[in-house]
Design a protein around this ligand. Sequence first.
Ligand code: SAM
Length: 494
Amino acid sequence: MLVEFRPDARLRSGKPVDFAASVGPVVEALRADTSGPAADLSQVRVVCDWVQYRENFRDIVDVRPILAQPPAGSPPTGAGTGSVEIAVDVRRGGEVDLEQLTAERLAPAGDQRLLLEDWHPGTEGLIWGFNALYWSALALWEKSTGRGYEQALPGGESDARNRAASRELVGQLFAVWDRLADSGALPEELYVLELGVGNGGQAKVFLDEFRTADLAHGREYYRRLHYLMCDYSQHVLDLARETVAEHLEHVSSFALDATRPTTSLGFLRYKIFLVYTSNVYDNLPTDEVAQLGGRTYRVQTRAYLPAAVAGELAASVRVAPDELPALVRKLLRLGPVVLADALPEQFGDVEAAVQFWRRTWAGLKLEERYVPLAGLDLYRLAPSVSGEMLRPLLESGADLRMHVSNGAVASFTDSLRLLHPFGRLICHDIFVTDAQGYRTNFRGPGKYDGSVVNWVNGSLLAHVGRRHGFDVHYAPFAHRGGGHIVTMTAQVRE
Ligand SMILES: C[S@@+](CC[C@H](N)C(=O)[O-])C[C@H]1O[C@@H](n2cnc3c(N)ncnc32)[C@H](O)[C@@H]1O
């Protein structure tokens, strides 16, 4: 049996985690389970995490099959033995009788959970439908909770609105433009692109600072500026346009998927001087992969509701629990406004539909299993990026499970195509910049209000960026101390 205790720093913290109390009861339950999935103890992994997100997709104890072969219909892989991982959230372990809960989770069919979908790689799961719904119907969610989305971000507000950071950025842009202008190489149109604009707070701060700096600088860059605000939520774009009302002459908005900006902006290839994004990469779909005992696996997930949650939720809208999966799909397809219109028996008004959405999301959990990967070269992690890019990280030492950040890699590589040779891509986000960071901390997914958050695989982005001829640097966000936000800068290698 292998025990991996990831939050080792917490064993020595001011309020130390009790290792024996976190692991002992789990092992006791495993010892007693002689006929279930953990019958062969030599094939068992016990993995302990500190799941820092209060709202998350994990049970306190999860049992994850490690498949020997991919499910029927997938490409075959080499031989392997089936085994099992018992995952424990040590932050909440003390809230329950851990031995009993582990025994219950090991008992086949002991738990009548309601499945909402079939197995999928992480990128294709139902949670991304919830994530998109959150941004498209943000006003309804915020009205219902009485909280704005920024309150769920680290620090309670977005670093994107930091004035000092914007001023510095503008100063750097002006320095590049001055040099180009002096040699007659500065184009007339000066393009800046922001992906994932939220309420437009960053855009406003940037544009305000830009205009002020331009007045002092005196080279009329503001007159030539085109600020392109992009988001996949029309509602968010409308909000952001209101926020930047006084700069509208310089602003265009595009409803587009941040993972494929060139589909709408291909005409700006090599023309954009700044691609800016903050707190977006951590909100884009991702798979997870793992290297366990020398074999590579992709994590598959499926969403479920615990039996008690499903029972209450079904009763609240007067349907049978087994009708819930179809109702949830309808919610994701139609949104709460149309759903309330379409099913007046279930939802007296729009707020009732929003309540259903919020309660479903609050109760939603993910089961996980490990499926062998046929070969890294056969795994396309983004449209133009082979799974081979993962090899140096996966083979960097002991067993490892990490995010692939597929959406972030896709957005990053596609955005690089738009950059002017002297342009830069700047991204503020929560990055894991060293593979070791996956061996010690839980990196998601968690729930930020109605959205999904996963840390971004910074080592992978840097590796991919270098392969595309870019230098990629990470530095702690310089304008606020103590947070986890890191600034990534990518520019053409000199
Ligand atoms: C957490 S907010 C960040 C907003 C802002 N940049 C900030 O830092 O405050 C994430 C933003 O990304 C947008 N977003 C998420 N996924 C997207 C996608 N696939 N394509 C375009 N926009 C997306 C959301 O609509 C939302 O506006």
